[in-house]
Ligand binder design. Structure first.
Ligand code: NAD
Length: 515
């Protein structure tokens, strides 16, 4: 009997003991920075000449680690290793596969602050965000392991007299996992362990900005007893190695999380059947967002201001679920704007090694240039209320920035900026607010701040997003509590951390025997 799933609690940093423990982990990780990490293919370590140098976005000079970079030849080896390992791994008892996830979760839990400290350093995450990222990784392992046990026997089907019918799920084969840097641990871990526990084998290509935390996790899986070749670790250029892995005729399933454009490219490429390929590839693609917080005139404006600010500026707006748009009823617009401005002025920006900094840097030079470019665009599209400044002298720091009086069609209302930039628009009634909220190509998350039951019911029906929240922020979905995934160009709505997720990694098989 397995215990009931309960999500991993967040660390209470108001407790001085917890702060000291986290600080000690940071000190330990700082002393270990600059290590060398090899590729892992078929259980063998492979060092390549070309490297990815992972640096701290808060301090470019600090090297987190130097990671070997996969070539196409190595990617080919990794696919073959995964294909060979599949022959045995698919026959493992699902409970034994789940057991490896439980063990890996226990190892990570013991080293929780250490993993979070790597996220502070490699991804620029403030303590609380890093802690939540690690907790989510643990949750994915605990939740998917239990889900596997629940679906291992298949589902009941009917049998007529004289026949016996069965319906159960079988794994698919080689799975290419392509993960983003923004939940460098949680999403990388969740999208890796879901195919594993369902009996598939994995070629993992993590984001180039955060390969070290992924290397550390592969070590955990090995320590937990995962056989050789079941996970292969091949960081490399998205365009070079990514395309190759997606196109490969032995690839059965691709699970991608990242930007809209890369997701669309993968979806299109995966549709092509290559010589020697006897199957259609399946793609799970979780992509971008342009998420909206709607505020009605009856709302508690303190709740609304808090929801807007947390949604827009948590982890510097670098969440697919970030509420980068707010749509506010005209009757409360000015008052709410004042409250938002006051809260944003209290936010601190700086190196996230310091607990007190609410926001750290953005991830890299390309992100910095893109976001500051959007701030310039915003100055022509709205009224700058607060923020707008940036500093790239040491790391990539950008102030939380708010534009008001923005037209619903403006670029900063339509395009995913993926940084600390909030656009606010005015609506005259709830219908207009919903129309504005639905007017982007994305459909990931949204929030409505209201106590009006009629509006709540209408939003449930008509606010076209995968994750809808009332009277709270639109970020922070918890595994097993708020399954996560988006509509429209936000992806294939796989609902990570939900009861249907694992089935996307398997094929239903019907067996019928005449007795
Ligand atoms: P990205 O698309 O730049 O990169 C994601 C991954 O794709 C990386 O590993 C990258 O190396 C790889 N890649 C790049 N080009 C490739 C190619 N041609 N073939 C194969 N792989 C390729 O995204 P990012 O900057 O790492 O992450 C931010 C984006 O991810 C945002 O758009 C955000 O909204 C989205 N995101 C979505 C979710 C979700 O659940 N919907 C969650 C997190 C992030």
């Amino acid at each position: 009997m397995v215990s009931v799933y309960k999500h991993e609690p967040f660390t209470d940093f108001s407790d001085v003991n917890n702060r000291e423990a986290f600080q000690a982990a940071l000190t330990k990780v700082e002393a270990a920075l600059g290590g060398k990490y090899d590729l892992v293919v078929g259980g063998e370590r492979i060092e390549t000449e070309e490297k990815i140098v992972s640096t701290n976005p808060a301090n470019r000079e600090e090297v987190i680690g130097t990671v070997s970079k996969a070539t196409r030849d190595i990617a080919e080896k990794a696919i073959n290793a995964a294909d060979e390992a599949f022959a045995e791994w698919r026959k493992w008892d699902p409970a034994a596969r789940a057991g490896i996830l439980f063990r890996a979760a226990a190892i990570v839990r013991r080293r929780k602050h250490e993993f979070s400290a790597y996220l502070v350093k490699e991804a620029g995450k403030p303590w609380k965000e890093a802690d939540a990222d690690t907790a989510e990784a643990i949750d994915f392992m605990e939740y998917y392991a239990r889900q596997m046990l629940a679906i291992a026997e298949g589902k009941p089907v009917n049998s007529r007299v004289g026949e016996h019918n069965e319906y159960f799920y079988t794994p698919m084969g080689v799975t290419v996992v392509i993960s983003p840097w923004n939940f460098a641990f949680a999403i990388m871990c969740g999208t890796t362990v879901a195919p594993l526990v369902t009996g598939n084998t994995v070629v993992l290509k993590p984001a180039s900005a955060t390969p070290v935390v992924a290397a550390k996790f592969v070590e955990v899986l090995e320590e937990a007893g995962l056989p050789k070749g079941v996970v292969n670790y091949v960081p490399g250029s998205g365009a070079e190695v990514g395309d190759f892995l997606v196109d490969h005729p032995k690839t059965k399933l691709i699970t991608f999380t990242g930007s809209r454009d890369v997701g669309v490219r993968i979806y299109e490429r995966a549709a092509k059947v290559h010589p020697g390929q006897f199957h259609l590839k399946r793609v799970i693609a979780e992509m971008g967002g342009k998420d909206t917080v709607i505020v009605e005139k009856d709302a508690d404006l303190d709740v609304a201001a808090e929801a807007i600010v947390v949604s827009a500026f948590g982890f510097s707006g670098q969440k697919c679920s970030a509420g980068s748009r707010a749509v506010v009823h005209a009757d409360v617009y000015d008052e709410l704007l004042g409250k938002v401005e006051a809260l944003v002025k209290q936010l601190t920006v700086g190196d996230p090694v310091t607990y007190d900094n609410y926001m750290g840097p953005v991830i890299d030079r390309a992100a910095f240039d893109k976001i500051t470019g959007y701030i310039e665009i915003g100055k022509g599209e709205g009224r700058l209320v607060v923020g707008g400044n940036s500093d790239d002298s040491k790391g990539y720091f950008i102030e939380p920035t708010v534009f008001a009086d923005v037209s619903p069609d403006a670029r900063i209302m339509q395009e995913e900026i993926f940084g600390p930039v909030l656009a606010i628009a005015k609506a005259n009634n709830f219908d207009e607010a919903l129309d504005i909220a639905n007017n982007t190509e994305y459909g990931l998350t949204g929030a409505v701040i209201t106590n009006n039951r009629e509006y709540i019911e209408r939003a449930k029906r008509d606010f076209h997003v995968g994750n809808l929240y009332f009277n709270r922020n639109c970020t922070g979905a918890i595994v097993g509590y708020q399954p996560f995934g988006g509509f429209k160009m936000s992806g294939t709505d796989s609902k990570a951390g939900g009861p249907d997720y694992l089935l996307l990694h398997m094929q239903g098989k019907t067996v019928s025997e005449m007795l």
